[in-house]
Design a protein around this ligand. Structure first.
Ligand code: NCD
Length: 311
């Protein structure tokens, strides 16, 4: 968190992965690793954000992302002002833009926002005078999640460049998939999308992304396999498949994981729907599942984002 590091980020807000440079991504990951080490050694007592107040504005449900942002703020000595949609005046008809005008008048030092509207974090960034960290919008962007995933792979595989990761399941509605494709594109990795036709994205955004229908083809040569839940809240109800039938065709079991490299690791952004996109035997496999390793990286990544973006 030295001044030197702050000067080197090329953007003022963490809105998505495409707006970051490769150097920004490397700096954020490097800083997250430092925080992780300090947290493990219990030496991160720098409290660099003492006296700052961070507004958390979550207009969609969250367990991991919101708690990690709050925990990271506490670890750095900042205080939290939490706006909770369910108890807020948005229930009394206040518009989102009026809410933002009021809350920004209170002068938060940063805003961490999650919203179902893809434009919301960009809109807020234009209205306020502090950095905005996008904690997930619509189906489009979730940059802190992609950084958590990248840090996990850097630790387990040593690099992203030259790695191949399969992203399997509901890619069409996944901001996690979008951000991971962008990050692999920036850092020189390859992505295989393994999806049924009805969960395919409309566009393949980068030349390093290839599309497959089956695990057998799609997992071949993969170093990592990321599973995604079916995001029912973002789908046409008529497209939602029966859980058991879906698991039969697209659930990750040990037999299917065997199509990937023998040392391939399994990621999942959570929340997992066990028995739908992933079997317990894989989710809980201590040798192959990196899902709880991802959990360990959430607070350090959020600490890096806060201390590098806050002025
Ligand atoms: C994801 C999200 O909200 O985009 N979860 C997360 O933030 N870790 C994935 C999901 O909802 O399936």
């Amino acid at each position: 968190m030295s001044e030197d590091h702050k000067l080197r980020l090329s953007v003022s807000h963490l809105l998505d992965i495409p707006s970051l440079s490769r150097e920004d991504i490397e700096l954020l990951l490097h800083r997250a690793l430092q925080h992780k080490r300090h947290l493990a050694e219990k030496t991160d007592v720098t409290q660099t954000l003492a006296g700052k107040v961070i507004l958390t504005l979550f207009a969609e449900n969250s367990t991991r992302t919101k708690s990690a942002a709050i925990m990271a703020a506490h670890r750095l000595g900042a205080k939290i002002l939490d706006w909770d949609e369910k108890t807020s005046s948005s229930q009394k008809g206040e518009t989102f833009s009026d809410t933002i005008r009021y809350l920004s008048a209170f002068g938060p030092d940063a805003i961490v926002i999650r919203h179902k509207d893809y434009n919301a974090p960009y809109y807020v960034a234009k209205q306020v005078k502090c950095p905005v960290i996008n904690a997930g919008d619509s189906w489009r962007a979730h940059p802190t999640q992609a950084l958590v995933d990248a840090l996990t792979l850097m630790e387990l595989k040593g690099r992203i460049e030259g790695l191949t990761m399969a992203i399997c399941g509901d890619v069409a509605h996944s901001r996690v998939a979008q951000c991971n494709m962008a990050l692999f594109h920036k850092l020189g990795g390859t992505v295989h999308l393994v999806t049924p036709d009805y969960l395919r994205p409309e566009k393949i955004p980068y030349p390093n992304v290839k599309l497959f229908n089956s695990f057998e083809e799609g997992l071949k040569g993969c170093d990592a396999v990321m599973m995604l839940r079916i995001q029912k809240e973002r789908m046409d109800q008529s497209l939602i498949p029966d859980d058991a039938a879906y698991f039969n065709e697209y659930g990750l079991t040990h037999d299917r994981l065997a199509f990937a490299k023998p040392d391939a690791v399994v990621l999942h952004p959570g929340p997992m729907n066990r028995g739908v996109e992933i079997a317990d035997e894989v989710a809980d496999d201590p040798h192959r599942s990196a899902i709880f390793h991802q959990a360990d990286n959430r607070v350090p990544v959020n600490m890096a984002a806060l201390d590098l973006f806050l002025p």
